[in-house]
Design a protein around this ligand. Sequence first.
Ligand code: ZN
Length: 322
Amino acid sequence: MGDEWDERLKAYEGRAAVVGGVGKDPVNAPMIRHWCEAMGDTGPAYRGPGAVAPATMLQVWTMGGLTGHADQADQAGQAERAGRGGRTQAYDELLALLDEAGCTSVVATDSEQEYLRPLRPGDEITFDVVIESVSARKTTSLGSGYFVTTRMDVRAGAELAGTHRFRILKYAPVRQQPRPPRPRPVVNRDNAGFWEGVARHRLLIQRCTGCATLRHPWLPGCNACGCPDWDTVEASGAGTVYSYVVMHHPRFPAFSPPEGGPGPAGPYAVGLIELAEGVRMVSNVIGVPYDKVRIGMPVRLVFHTYDGESVLPVFRAAEEAA
Ligand code: ZN
C-alpha cells in the first residue's frame, strides 16, 4: 500500500458524503429540555419564551435515529446518488476502499464545532456533509490506518448555523504481538559493581569509606564529603513505598504486567522504594494490583528473572492489599 494507494484515497477529498440531509424534527423545546436534563445544564437561556438551543446540540438536530435518513436519501442527491443511511456513494466507496486496505476497524477520534447563529424552536434544519480530508497512512497504538475528516454544514432555513467536523480513524487492528523483551540495564564503570551484585541476587548499597554515608544510585564519589573511596553493604531487602506513580500511557508491553508473564499491556506501578538502610531506589512494585499501591506500604526485595536471562531487583508488596 504505497503512495499510489494514498493518492487514490485522497481523490475523495472535497466530495460529498451526505447531500440534502433534512433534520427529522425541527428544533424543539422537549428535545432541548431532555438534553439540558441529561447534561445537568440549568441555564436560563434554554428555557421559556425566547429560549435558544444549547449550541453543542448542533449535531443532535441532524441525527437520523435508529432508522437513519434512508427515506429522504432516495429523493436527495442529484449530484451523487445516495447510498445507505443518506450517505453518498462516494463516501461508501471510500469506506469500502479503506476496508480493502485492511482498515476494517473504526474509531471516532475527535470532533470540532463552530457556531454561527443560535438555533431556536421552530428552526427547520438541513445539512450537507463533505469529505474534507483523508490523511496519509498513519501508525497509531491501535494499528495503522487513515484519518478521515468530514465537515457537516448545518443550516437553519438557508442560513448556515454552524459546522460540525468529525474525524474517524479507519485502521487495521494490531495483531497480538509477542511480548518484547524487557530493556536491559545500562551498565557502566560507575555502576558495574551494582549489577554484578544483582546477578548474584545481592542488592549492594555503596558506602563512602570517608564518612560512611550510604548512597544509591551508584556514583564515583561521595555527595556528602567528596571522597572517591567506597565499599558496599548488602541491603536487607526490607523497604517501604516512599512514593509511586502509575504508568497508564503510553503502554510498554515489556513492562506490564511487571512479573513479565504473558498478558496484555496495561498500567503498572513504578515505586520509589525506601530501603530499610535509608537509601531510595526506583523499581517496580509487584504482587499487588497497580491501583492498590500506597505510600508507606511495606515491600520486600525479590530478584526477578525477565526473558529467562535478565535479573532485576523488584519489590513485592509484603502484605496482601485488600
Ligand atoms: Zn563521604
